[in-house]
Design a protein around this ligand. Structure first.
Ligand code: FMN
Length: 174
């Protein structure tokens, strides 16, 4: 299944409930292939993604997401980390450390749009324990969690209840 770009943008809506339908490895690989084409600072891909299907680990990620326990009902969680260690190695200093956050954020945005294009739903979770999340995966503390993306199928069509944002409030022309 493939939508036009505008169909992806128009149909994207956040879900908080998912059906039991499993998400195949093929779908996950397609999402990761799309992420491989993300722009990143110095083309260095200073982020890391944990793909989580394990039930116990999903529960722990939900606990580390301000106890938003519904997250664990998604068949798959994508947990995004900024990779500060790699960023320091690429730059040779901590001068561009913030770019790892930008890389991880762009990757999560691409993932959300890829998910939508493939006929699944997601919700960006930013309310997370970014200090401790790495411990669940045995990662170095310089892997700092930036977002969690629960993904899955939904049973019924989700309805948008938001109007397009008034861009005049956030735009100036020069
Ligand atoms: C940076 C960021 C952090 C967010 N954090 C959470 C969160 O912790 N929990 C949650 O349920 N939704 C979270 N959301 C989802 C937003 O609430 C949601 O995208 C917004 O209400 C607009 O709805 P829509 O995605 O359906 O357009 C977050 C979204 C963003 C972009």
């Amino acid at each position: 299944m493939s939508k036009t770009f505008l169909e992806v943008i128009d149909s994207r809506i956040s879900a908080t409930q998912f059906s039991d339908k499993p998400v195949s490895d093929e779908i996950i690989n397609q999402i990761l292939q799309i992420l491989s084409k993300c722009p990143t600072a110095r083309n260095a891909h200073c982020y890391h993604i944990c793909v989580v299907k394990d039930e116990k680990l999903k529960q722990q990620v939900a606990e580390h997401s301000n106890n938003q326990m519904w997250i664990a009902s998604a068949p798959v969680l994508l947990v995004f980390f900024r990779d500060i260690k790699k960023r320091r190695e690429v730059t040779g200093s901590d001068a561009e450390e913030h770019f790892s956050l930008v890389d991880a954020t762009i990757a999560c945005t691409y993932a959300q749009l890829a998910v939508e294009n493939l006929g699944l739903k997601s919700r960006w979770i930013g309310g997370i324990d970014n200090v401790n999340m790495h411990k669940l995966f045995g990662l170095n503390p310089l892997f700092v969690a930036t977002s969690v993306l629960p993904i899955g199928y939904v049973n019924s069509e989700l309805k948008h209840n938001h109007q397009p944002y008034d861009m005049k409030t956030v735009t100036t022309f020069h």
